[in-house]
Design a protein around this ligand. Structure first.
Ligand code: NAP
Ligand code: MG
Length: 501
């Protein structure tokens, strides 16, 4: 007797040994998060000295939802004069009330920000997904909780700075210029603002052009939290606005997160000035999977390492190095797992991979797909459906690549993984270290001793073992080589915002 279609699609409880074909039997209905309660203004002004003010030249730029290509709102374009106004406000605040109040009171303000972020978490998560394209599951469960955790963590340090640096007297640096990228907009803001305020500094922050929405919602929150005027200033604009902050003589420290290319320009402009700086730049993380690893666990780790946030992750594991004997098995399991990833509407709670952040990045990733093919690599993409409009790219694997290929050496910043094999641990280490970057890496093995040996020899700021992309505010983060200068997070992150006497 043949089964009807209805019967085929009905879930039947199975015995542990029977096989259930998830892909053909199960379908997900859409489960969109409602954005009805999120109030987005038609236009956002600059947040300077505790007030929302119009930009000097009255110019604005549009912000797009990358999943729909529709305009969401517009942001003010800050000129050099606006930057000057913000820096002066920050200086006045630094020399006034903010440097006089106790660490305990500063801590209270930061705790208040943390609690208000938790209260408005849903609003921030929806805004982050609409403006930047990341799945709501990630902005809701990863970005925003980590943002609040950062503020909570550094609030705790505000009245304990003397204990953080025994025998030394920590003093704030003054006015900090902070420039952040578009991949974790609010989280990068938290990494910058929380430690700066805890140490008694004031800030002028510029979010990235394509993702300024949550920074402006944060500005509203700062106003509601009653922070003294000028302690936090948030100004929007493009690269030029960033450069005006970097080159302003009233700035004492630059904290930059972004590409290595722009990082190098900033480092050159800061050379010979009094300004301190930290630079958190690009990466090309290696994932090393040994034959003795728990393979299914490793496959989950790889999926998370490269497809989390569409691969727009500085520490993404974008190069898989798998030991020869298990390569075929790992690739097969990886392909199977990739087929189950849902690519689409970032606001749908089922979505695993959302939209590429902007048209520009969409074109960049597509160019790399072409480069890989022209370099002779074999390409595999999952067969999932993708929406007709918006910037979407299917999860992609490149096999048959060599170490000198551009797709192996350069940061693609998209859902694209290259796969190479190795025979010995030394070969894996050699290949892993053979790029200009050194931000993060992962090792999968059953042997603790191997983890320590390989971990020690990898020239990377962060090494995860048998897992990937785990973050915590207490843990320092930063790069070797062209991945940056300095550390953010944890005690190290405090040290970057004080002078020690
Ligand atoms: P980006 O192009 O370097 O931009 C970063 C920020 O700098 C943006 O706000 C940008 O403004 C601004 N900017 C551009 N040109 C500038 C200039 N000449 N002077 C001062 N500021 C300038 O990087 P992105 O494409 O936004 O971000 C992706 C990069 O960030 C990747 O390479 C990624 O690896 C890196 N990243 C690193 C970390 C880390 O912790 N190491 C974390 C996250 C991301 P506009 O965008 O408005 O032009
Ligand atoms: Mg946008």
């Amino acid at each position: 007797m043949s089964e009807s279609i209805t019967e085929e699609k009905t879930y039947k409880p199975t015995s542990p040994n029977s096989k259930l074909d998830f892909q053909s039997v199960w379908e997900y209905d859409s489960a969109p998060e409602s954005s009805a309660n999120l109030e987005i203004k038609d236009q956002y002004q600059l947040f300077i000295n505790g007030k929302f003010v119009k930009p000097e030249k009255g110019r604005y730029f549009k912000s797009i939802n990358p999943a729909t290509e529709e305009e969401i709102t517009e942001f003010a374009e800050a000129t050099q004069k606006d930057v000057d106004k913000a820096v002066k406000a920050a200086r006045k605040a630094f020399e006034g009330e903010w440097s006089k109040i106790s660490g305990k009171t500063r801590g209270k303000y930061i705790y208040r920000i943390a609690r208000m972020l938790q209260e408005r978490a849903r609003e921030f998560a929806i805004a982050e997904s609409m403006d930047g394209g990341k799945p709501i599951r990630e902005s809701r469960d990863v970005d925003i909780p980590l943002v609040a955790a950062h503020f909570f963590y550094y609030a705790g340090w505000a009245d304990k700075l003397d204990y953080a640096f025994p025998g030394k007297k920590p003093e704030p640096l003054g006015v900090c210029g902070q420039i952040i990228p578009w991949n974790f907009p609010l989280l990068m803001l938290a990494w910058k603002i929380a430690p700066a305020l805890a140490c008694g500094n004031t800030v002028v922050l510029k979010p990235a052009e394509t993702t300024s929405l949550t920074a402006m919602l944060f500005a509203e929150l700062v106003k509601d939290a009653g922070l003294p005027d000028g302690v936090v200033n948030i100004i929007t604009g493009a690269g030029q606005t960033g450069a005006a902050i970097v080159n302003h003589s009233g700035i004492d420290k630059i904290a930059f997160t972004g590409s290595t290319t722009v990082g190098k320009i900033i480092q050159k402009s800061l050379a010979g000035t009094h300004k301190k700086y930290t630079l958190e730049l690009g990466g090309k993380g290696a994932l090393i999977v040994f034959e003795d690893a728990a393979i299914d666990q490793a496959v989950e780790g790889i999926i998370n390492a490269i497809f989390f946030n569409q691969g727009h992750v500085c520490c993404a594991g974008s190069r898989l190095l798998v030991q020869e004997g298990i390569a075929d098995k790992v690739i097969m399991k990886l392909r199977d797992r990739m087929e189950s990833l849902i690519v689409g509407d970032p606001l749908d709670k089922n979505t695993d991979i959302g939209a590429i952040n902007s048209k520009q990045q969409f074109e960049t990733v597509n160019q790399y797909l072409e480069i890989g093919v022209n370099e002779g690599a074999d390409v595999y993409q999952s067969k999932c459906e993708i929406p007709d409009s918006g910037y979407f790219i299917r999860p992609t694997l490149f096999t048959n690549v060599s170490q000198s290929n551009r797709v192996v050496q350069e940061e693609i910043f998209g859902p694209v993984l290259t796969i190479q094999t190795f025979r010995t641990a030394d070969e894996a280490i050699e290949k892993a270290n053979n790029t200009p970057f050194g931000l993060a890496g992962g090792v999968w093995t059953d042997k603790g001793s191997k983890i320590f040996r390989v971990g020690k020899e990898l020239r990377s700021g962060v090494i995860w073992a048998n897992t990937y992309n785990k973050f915590d505010p207490t843990s320092p983060f930063g790069g070797y080589k062209e991945s940056g200068v300095g550390r953010e997070g944890g005690l190290h992150g405090l040290a970057a915002y004080v002078n020690l006497k």
